[in-house]
Design a protein around this ligand. Structure first.
Ligand SMILES: Cc1cc2nc3c(=O)[nH]c(=O)nc-3n(C[C@H](O)[C@H](O)[C@H](O)COP(=O)(O)OP(=O)(O)OC[C@H]3O[C@@H](n4cnc5c(N)ncnc54)[C@H](O)[C@@H]3O)c2cc1C
Length: 379
């Protein structure tokens, strides 16, 4: 058993760490406070190859592995959750299904633009009546000649209103339940496709979360992604991978909060001594560090399995379940260690606590992760 990262993985992690510290950290509080989408950062991340990290160079990707993607997600989330979720939706939820299920022509058409950051991507699965039960999709696609006509609505779509391309699911064969759902590639500006409002959120305020509407939206027949009626299977596979990325995001947020709490505990003096001298604080720090380590092993293992082409559905769900709930506990303690100051906007742990909350909801709630794990156990 080898717990060492490869030289390339270490190099990518260092690059992401240095970039996050130098470019993202200084503006992370402002990104949150002003709810400002970090365009400049996204462009710079594109130049570093982060927007197409795990995809082959022939499609404009960086040719790195999924462990590297997890490392980058972790390092970015360590300073800014909004930037991390933007990257997650673009890479793991939009580029990945095109790469996995697209025709050669679709890959050549879309991946280079997405990997270079010329285009931003999104993934539209959730609808007002279809959240955890994503198979209850109502959005409908009807074939008319050499076109598909799409009608329906999506909600909570990360990058939705700014995306140049969005992968959506729609019912193509209503009598067949989850076997009658297909995926489609929709480009911004297609007549009949329009974004609705962006959500006002508790956290991740610098990221964009939108409604999308389709009203007699006509797209060419070749914009069907993969095979007809295989959309349900495709999004299950896509979400397996996405869960590793969102687990890595939760890990990074918790790591960031831990580091801030550790530093603060050495500076803050009460009863004539730094609060880190008190056993109550030390035990919190010890528990935080232990949980972070356990989560990190789960996240890297899931990514490692994916890189080897081994089954990873259960492991990705375990990584997401444990890490997102661990992030809640660690960020809670980080605020506790900061006392009243941790409850103010002056200290970053307040933002991290809000940002991490999404990780136990998006890409499948904790309850759905338990369901996925139990199904794998009982197979
Ligand atoms: C900031 C943000 C970004 C998002 N980004 C995207 C995106 O890019 N693309 C996209 O498609 N979606 C996105 N989502 C949607 C997200 O994936 C859904 O919110 C999530 O899957 C839960 O669906 P829901 O909100 O409808 O909750 P519901 O499904 O209504 O769940 C409500 C509660 O019931 C529980 N529950 C439901 N079914 C079961 C069951 N069978 N057993 C036990 N408990 C159950 C849930 O766990 C939850 O506690 C995003 C959401 C947010 C908040």
């Amino acid at each position: 058993m080898d717990f060492e990262l490869t030289e390339e993985q270490q190099m990518i992690r260092k690059m992401a760490h240095d970039f996050a510290e130098k470019e993202i950290a200084p503006i992370a509080q402002e990104t949150d406070a002003e709810g400002k989408f970090p365009w400049e950062i996204i462009r710079k991340m594109a130049a570093l190859g982060f927007l197409g990290l795990p995809f082959p160079e022939e499609y404009g990707g960086a040719g790195a592995d999924n462990v590297s993607l997890a490392l980058v997600m972790e390092e970015i989330a360590r300073v800014c959750g909004s930037t991390a979720i933007t990257l997650d939706a673009h890479t793991s939820l939009c580029c990945e299904p095109i790469y996995l299920f697209g025709t050669e022509a679709q890959k050549q058409e879309y991946l280079p633009k997405l990997c270079s950051g010329e285009w931003i991507g999104a993934f539209g699965l959730t609808e007002p009546g279809a959240g955890s039960d994503a198979g209850a999709t109502k959005t409908r696609a009807v074939r008319e000649g050499d076109q598909w006509v799409i009608n329906g609505q999506k909600c909570f779509i990360t990058n939705g209103s700014i995306a140049d391309v969005v992968i959506i699911t729609a019912v193509t064969d209503p009598g067949r339940g989850t076997r009658g759902i297909s995926s489609f590639i929709i480009e911004k500006g297609t007549p009949g496709f329009r974004p609705g409002r962006d959500e006002e959120k508790m956290g991740l305020k610098g990221s964009i979360t939108s409604e999308l509407f389709f009203e007699d939206c006509r797209i060419p027949a070749e914009n069907l992604l993969g095979r007809e009626n295989e959309g349900f299977k495709q999004f299950l596979v896509t979400l397996d991978g996405g869960r590793i990325a969102i687990a890595a995001m939760a890990l990074g947020l918790a790591q960031g909060a831990f580091e801030r709490a550790l530093a603060y505990s050495k500076e803050r003096v009460q009863f004539g001594q730094p609060i880190c001298n008190f056993q109550a604080i030390q035990w919190m720090l010890a528990d935080m560090a232990t949980e972070l380590d356990a989560a990190r092993l789960l996240v890297y293992r899931a990514a490692w399995l994916k890189d080897r082409g081994l089954p990873f559905t259960k492991e990705a769900a375990m990584a997401k379940l444990f890490t997102s709930e661990m992030a809640e506990r660690v960020c809670y303690k980080a605020i506790q260690i900061h006392g009243g100051y941790g409850y103010t906007k002056e200290y970053e742990v307040e933002r991290m606590y809000r940002d991490q909350r999404l990780c136990a909801i998006g890409e499948g709630t904790s309850e759905i992760q338990r369901l996925v794990i139990a199904r794998q156990l009982l197979r």
